[in-house]
Design a binder for this molecule. Structure first.
Ligand SMILES: NC(=O)c1ccc[n+]([C@@H]2O[C@H](COP(=O)([O-])OP(=O)(O)OC[C@H]3O[C@@H](n4cnc5c(N)ncnc54)[C@H](O)[C@@H]3O)[C@@H](O)[C@H]2O)c1
Length: 257
């Protein structure tokens, strides 16, 4: 059975992607530095098949070992493993900067390097990279924003390079989504309500909101899409969201006729 490789599969967006791809009929390879046992249980509970691999995506030898033991030919790769360090530039040590760039950008590169030859040998496939609205805007923290900007650029760069091997590559830029990454931040009521106030659709995203977009880009309905980024953020970066002031503005102008 064809295999979908998902990194960061033990939690949040990676887990939701694994569940969606299992539903689409893939055997899912769950890669995570943490324990992906719960994701595997959830896949199997829904009648799917999965194999878990404990691996740090920055360790190329370990990733190569996993790719040699995949439960089927890889036709989909979802790069989702990520970390964030919430510090301003001058508070960020070189070590912290390197770790964030290592996991969020170099880790994606390591998976690409290891999976692409097997995917090409299997006849091609589709790669989806989880970027972020932080890669598009100044909303975020320097090391993370820089790494995500790198993911967007790398994805565009690879569209032409991989097309001749029958491989499409796209990215998804989530807005603010409930996951392990921001459980602490969103637990703060002031931050939560200010965040929701900046999202035109009026809610924080769920991991499955992103997984649906990933499944679309990974699947046949996106057969003519490569090198693209799809923003899934409830409208957050599409506009300056005026919130209450916007309502006042509209009623002021309707009064003025
Ligand atoms: N949650 C959001 O609001 C949001 C917004 C934009 C982008 N993203 C991106 O979505 C992706 C998934 O994150 P999430 O929000 O689901 O967070 P999460 O913390 O719930 O999941 C991230 C997973 O990556 C794993 N991981 C971390 N470092 C790893 C490493 N070195 N090797 C292997 N696995 C590793 C973690 O163990 C965890 O299971 C990340 O790339 C993140 O940057 C998240």
């Amino acid at each position: 059975m064809d295999c979908a490789v998902v990194t960061g599969a033990a939690s949040g967006i990676g887990r939701a992607c694994a569940l969606r791809l299992a539903e689409s009929g893939f055997t899912v390879a769950l890669l995570d530095v943490g324990d992906a046992g719960e994701t595997r249980r959830l896949v199997e509970e829904r009648g799917g098949t999965a194999a878990g691999f404990a691996v740090d995506v920055t360790d190329e030898a370990a990733v190569a070992g996993v790719v040699g033991r995949l439960p089927g030919p890889p036709r989909v790769l979802v790069n989702a493993a990520g970390i964030i360090i919430r510090k301003k530039l001058l508070e960020t040590s070189v070590q912290e900067w390197r770790r964030v760039v290592d996991v969020n950008l170099t880790g994606y590169f390591v998976l690409l390097r290891q999976v692409i030859p097997a995917m090409a040998a299997a006849g091609g496939g589709s790669i989806v990279q989880i970027a972020s609205i932080a890669g598009h805007t100044g909303y975020g923290f320097s090391s993370y924003t820089a790494a995500k900007g790198g993911v967007l650029a790398l994805t565009r760069q690879l569209a032409a390079e991989l097309a001749e091997q029958g491989i499409r590559i796209n990215s998804v830029s989530p807005g603010v989504v409930h996951s392990g990454l921001n459980r602490d931040t969103l637990g703060n009521e002031v931050i939560r309500s200010a965040t929701v106030g900046n999202i035109p659709l009026g809610r924080i995203g769920e991991p499955d909101d992103i997984a649906k977009v990933v499944a679309f880009l990974a699947g046949p309905d996106a057969a003519f899409v490569t090198g693209a980024d799809l923003v899934a953020d409830g409208g957050m970066i599409s506009t300056i969201h005026w919130g209450k002031a916007g309502g006042e503005l509209h009623s002021f102008h309707s009064r003025e006729g």
